[in-house]
Design a protein around this ligand. Structure first.
Ligand SMILES: C[S@@+](CC[C@H](N)C(=O)[O-])C[C@H]1O[C@@H](n2cnc3c(N)ncnc32)[C@H](O)[C@@H]1O
Length: 227
């Protein structure tokens, strides 16, 4: 009897992102390019200062299949990709090798709350549709570590879910993390908020299944002097 994907060796169980959700995510996104929000953020960051400029570093938290890590690598960034799923990280590695950028990729196989994230190490934090799957009891610590990991002027790019999101509503309280508009603002307090777009409407998941989405899309810049 073959085990469900998330029960196979190498998969760290995540209650909010079980095998069925993983399969759904993969089926819907395997053939798409990088997320638009990241592309917008990279336009804000602009090109490196010049040929001698130090390479820019990004962390892709919950990197999934790796489209966003690949985009960063293509643009010359050094990327740390993290995920609870070894299979996802294998996909990120394959993408990096295929474009000859394996030497600029580091992977970390861990749940968010167990991921070592060093302070002031990154110019960009990408957390694409990932943080909502962090259990609420770990969220504060993970968020603090992510903010601290940004260098001054660095960008946070990613999504929070709102409380009316269907995944949130249909999950037990301790499984997924959701944020109201004011709670997102509080998370970003002290940062320069460049984008905060809230979507709260019926839509579809990537494979085309109807779903109510309540999502905050955020790009925020760490100020030079963050407390
Ligand atoms: C919806 S996918 C998003 C992938 C990609 N970032 C994107 O924007 O498409 C969420 C990813 O986060 C990972 N993930 C979810 N919860 C996690 C947790 N608590 N710790 C580590 N990884 C987690 C999943 O394995 C999955 O690869």
């Amino acid at each position: 009897v073959s085990a469900a994907p998330a029960e196979r060796e190498g998969e760290i169980p995540v209650p909010g992102f079980d095998a069925a959700r993983m399969e759904h995510y993969e089926r819907g996104t395997a053939h798409r390019g990088p997320r638009e929000l990241l592309v917008r953020a990279l336009a804000i960051v602009g090109e490196p200062a010049g040929p001698g400029a130090a390479p820019r570093r990004a962390i892709d938290l919950g990197a999934g299949l790796g489209q966003e890590a690949e985009e960063l690598l293509r643009r010359g960034w050094c990327v740390t990709a993290t995920d609870a799923s070894r299979r996802m990280l294998d996909s990120v590695r394959r993408r990096a090798s295929a474009i000859g950028a394996g030497d600029r990729l580091e992977v970390m196989h861990a749940a968010f709350e167990a991921t070592p994230i060093a302070p002031e190490s990154f110019d960009l934090v990408h957390a694409g549709f990932a943080l909502p799957f962090c259990p609420p009891r770990h969220f504060d610590a993970v968020w603090r570590a992510l903010r601290a990991s940004l260098r001054p002027g660095g960008l946070f790019v990613g999504q929070f879910f709102g409380p009316r999101d269907e995944f949130v509503i249909t999950s037990p309280a301790e499984v997924m993390s959701s944020h109201t508009t004011d709670e997102v603002r509080a998370r970003l307090d002290g940062m320069e908020v460049l984008v905060h777009e809230e979507v709260d409407r019926m839509g579809e998941t990537a494979p085309g299944v109807p779903k109510h989405w309540h999502v905050h899309h955020v790009i925020a810049r760490k100020r030079a002097s963050e407390p």
